[in-house]
Ligand binder design. Structure first.
Ligand SMILES: Cc1ncc(C[n+]2csc(CCOP(=O)(O)OP(=O)(O)O)c2C)c(N)n1
Ligand code: SF4
Ligand SMILES: [Mg+2]
Length: 295
């Protein structure tokens, strides 16, 4: 490879959009991990579609050179499910926050687990609503203070990893935004997996969060070597164990099951929408005729 080819490959996913995250925010590490993972898999920008809602996490697709859809807060999962069913050749990836995915989009999260779309879901879990200045999110630990919860959060956090394992999500992992090398490996594995692959990323918020990155780095450790990723009970025990909440790696991985797009095509269309010819003007008119108000 010549130097100019190497540079082109290096910058394949970079664009010139000004990054709005705070300097030093570990979201920068997640962005880097995405670029490395795409390159590891030999992807080109046109192979990928990133989908997001609203929040600091949801800005990630702005900073990557590829297809993307940035929509409403909490609504990335149904959009990504539709995109993947319409064009199964795309590597469809959701970048979302703990508020976006488990709060406003919590209902979609549960039903995406049931449908099993062939997408990767990456949650920047900073245990806070960062964009709106530091309110508690569904993953804030009980007792921790936030900008609105001045006396500390009164309820236990949502255990989204346990919910995913219980609903037989076939790839469940935890990463750390400050360990970019490890995270890029997890993201590449997740994107290679058929079916919904879910990666919850510990992402300290250094502006509104309670602890600095160092506090997390001192606690984060790899899963034990003897952890059996195919053992669902072991995976569940791991995510129910509060002491193990900083363990990173693939927690649960099992054989793929039927993905939503395949089931959808059997029921509704003969082939993916992206492969079907555009209807002619006459055919389109005919479709609309069916929607005329009754006289
Ligand atoms: C329906 C709706 N409710 C609330 C908001 C306001 N809002 C924007 S971002 C956000 C929180 C985002 O938190 P999270 O998804 O954790 O992302 P982070 O900023 O922490 O990365 C909220 C409540 C909104 N835009 N739309
Ligand atoms: S507010 Fe927090 S999550 Fe948002 S960019 Fe700054 S450090 Fe990162
Ligand atoms: Mg958040």
């Amino acid at each position: 490879m010549t130097d100019s080819e190497k540079n082109r490959q290096k910058d394949l996913f970079s664009n010139d959009v000004e990054i709005q995250w705070c300097p030093g925010c570990p979201n920068h590490g997640i962005l880097q991990a995405f670029k490395t993972a795409f390159k590891k898999l030999g992807k080109s920008p046109q192979d990928i579609c990133l989908v997001s809602g609203i929040g600091q996490a949801a800005k990630l697709p702005h900073y990557l050179q590829c297809n993307f859809f940035n929509g409403l807060h909490g609504r990335a999962l149904p959009v990504a499910t539709g995109i993947q069913a319409a064009n199964p050749n795309l590597t469809t990836v959701v970048a979302t926050g703990d508020g976006d995915c488990y709060g406003e989009g919590g209902n979609h999260f549960i039903h995406a687990l049931r449908r099993n779309p062939n997408i990767t879901v990456v949650v920047h879990n900073n245990e806070i609503y960062a964009l709106t200045k530091g309110q508690a999110s569904p993953t804030t630990m009980k007792g921790e203070k936030r900008s609105l919860q001045e006396k500390g959060v009164q309820v236990e956090p949502l255990n989204a990893l346990a919910v995913a394992i219980l609903h037989n999500c076939t790839f469940v992992a935890r990463g750390f935004a400050a360990d970019t090398d490890h995270l890029s490996g997890l993201l590449a594995d997740a994107m290679n997996h058929e079916g919904m692959a879910y990666v919850d990323v510990i992402q300290p918020c250094i502006t509104w969060g309670e602890h600095p990155v160092k506090w997390y780095s001192e606690r984060v450790a790899l899963l034990p070597e003897d952890h059996d990723v195919a053992d669902r009970n072991a995976a569940l025990s791991m995510v129910l164990d509060k002491e193990a909440r900083f363990r990173i790696g693939v927690i649960y991985r099992t054989s793929p099951r039927e993905v939503f797009g395949a089931a959808f095509q059997k029921e509704v269309t003969e082939e993916p929408l992206a492969k079907m010819p555009f209807p002619t003007a006459e055919e389109t008119e005919k479709i609309f005729e069916g929607f005329q108000p009754a006289a």
